[in-house]
Write a new protein. Structure first.
Lengths: 211, 211, 211, 211
DNA sequence: AATGAATGAGCATTCATTCAT
DNA sequence: GATGAATGAATGCTCATTCAT
């Protein structure tokens, strides 16, 4: 039923999807739905929490490698995010695009996740500044710009036909941001980092499935 | 009535705002509303068209200056966008954040405007490539990244308390993008371009009011 | 529609009567119902207020006569109450019997009306005590007993077949209470007072119809 | 579980109390409930029967005394009723106040009990008439008035704060009715009868607990 | 005996839209 | 041009009851 809800929310949007739509398609009764969730919003919250958790799990995994250099870390983090959005594309559409609009209660949750992601990136930048790799005045805005550039590609991909894998956009996105922050890099290494990350995650995921 | 609709959509969201909300607040009857618009969606479309038109008008004005250099053009374009979003902040929230979610019909329109904006930026990049200022492989993705970075700041600003003017973010956004595309610039000049643009638009707007 | 609601509430009870029952029988749409009342409870409140108001109007009228003696006043008051319950028998059933059970919000209103009626009777008793007509220690409980004896007859009548007019019970009820409070009376006069009151009210009502 | 149901019906009312409310609070499963009762109504019927039976038991006990005079019998009967209502106050509220409203099936049962109580009182009155103690024309209405006056005090007590014991109202209620039927009595004796009855029942109940 | 997940008919309420005046 | 009462399909949610285990 949860999978059905993800599918329908992604396809028709949260508001346009009725409880009956979900239950009929999932082959259960309305009562059963309300046995597991108190209301429609609670289902959405659950989906969102799962979404945020998965995003976290993959990012954590990608950064777990030892002797992680600045550039490599950045590449792995971004590649991992793209891989996850691709994996969760059905529900991602609802989470990233529709969700902000329909419920002030939920809006808080979304804002919180978004800020956590921003803080994460900001933290990376602050570290880079401290080690003299780069000079950024307003790290908060910098994080926003960095995340925003990635999200714009993800959203465009979600709203278009998704012909090619989202992860193929990792390279231009990363190069764009490395340049933006005037970080020095070797093009071939960037590509290697990305490929390795995707491969690592695929293997990890194949054996663990969100554990 | 149109202004009331903008206000209420921005405050409560499109779905949460009823026709009666709008007409009561605007001091007209429901019947009168349906004399001017065939349905709720048409009102939104109208608002959206107006929004897109205004965005266009200000961008056009900002780029009308003679002897416009590459960097100056970029600065003026971005500053103009920010100025407009700040000016139209009430409805901008609905247009940028909520709209994508609630109707496939609107979605097309929104996508169209977004693509036009992207194409505009892409066009700039293609020109830059042609004159050898910069080397960009995938100009489409580049435009997406460039726009996305700006939008992320706008959205954050719209959803937060909006204490400082949105235009104050012009400088970090522009620097971020100029670096990202490895364009050479003089920091003082960038700031000057921005200040001049804002000043020009203010004057223009003071006399013309969206004409 | 209001009359339909009164009829159905009286026949099936408040809870068992759906909005659709009312609207279908009244030949209007559900939407129309909600145009006039915000919810089911509000309709009930309205019915109750009307009920209480009418009870008040008739009592006031019955006691408006000049040179009203103690016994006559008591007789007229009780006769007037019975006449009103008979007149409003459909809704009275809901108000007196069902209402106390289904809504704490409404319960307050009901309690208030009930207390006002009690206070009215209590006030009569206090006056009687002052003029030495009777000696009652606990006038509050006395009023309760007096009202309760009448209500029990009304309720029984409402729940049974209602073959004879409720007003025919006025005489035994009044005699019962006059005795209970050891008031001296002439049997024939009591009967005359009752007959006169009913006749007065019938005439008044025929011309004024709840004003 | 039965006690839980009594408690919840008394607190929230029959309609507002769900089967789940009862089973959860009683620490049993819904299935178990339906093993003992076929449906919600049957539980209520059971509660009602128990309630009526207890009322009967105490009344019977109170009247079992030998050499019972007319006045003493009346006093003992009324005092016993009040004692029982006080004892069963939780469920009494539902039985006396709410029950009449929600189901024609219950209504019959309630009416039956009420009539039995009335007949009992009527029987007393008929005896009094036969022995010339009193002259009552319509004994049925008389019984109604007599019972009604007591019920009104009970209901008021149930709906208010219940600060003082219900049995303290026995004296005014009885005096009221003795006067109403023009029965001669000695005030001190009435008070003695009441006190004795309460004391007898307390002792009986202490050893037998509804047997 | 006991469990509790599953059922689904049924209800109050909303709101974009219509149309007679 | 303007009004606003009327419409009714559609939705989220409840809860007594069932039944496989």
């Amino acid at each position: 039923m949860i999978h059905t809800a993800e599918y329908l929310f992604g396809k028709q949007g949260y508001t346009q999807t009725t409880i009956k739509d979900i239950t009929t398609r999932a082959g259960i009764s309305v009562g059963t739905f309300y046995f597991y969730f108190n209301n429609k919003g609670e289902l959405f919250q659950h989906l969102y929490d799962e979404f945020a958790k998965k995003l976290q799990i993959i990012s954590d995994f990608a950064l777990k490698k030892s002797d992680l250099g600045v550039i490599e870390g950045f590449c792995r983090y971004k590649a991992a995010e793209l891989w996850t959005f691709q994996q969760l594309q059905e529900i991602a559409k609802t989470m990233l695009i529709e969700a902000p609009g329909f419920d002030p209660l939920f809006e808080k949750k979304r804002a919180h996740t978004f800020h956590k992601s921003n803080e994460r990136v900001e933290h990376i930048f602050k570290n880079l500044c401290k080690h003299g790799h780069v000079h950024i005045q307003d790290t908060k805005t910098a994080a926003l710009l960095c995340n925003g550039s990635l999200y714009s590609v993800v959203m465009e991909w979600l709203q278009q036909n998704r012909t090619q894998p989202l992860t193929e956009y990792a390279y231009p996105i990363i190069i764009f941001n490395l340049n933006a922050f005037q970080l020095k890099y070797v093009e071939e290494m960037v590509q290697t980092y990305i490929t390795e990350t995707i491969s690592d995650i695929d293997t990890f995921f194949h054996f663990n499935k969100w554990v």
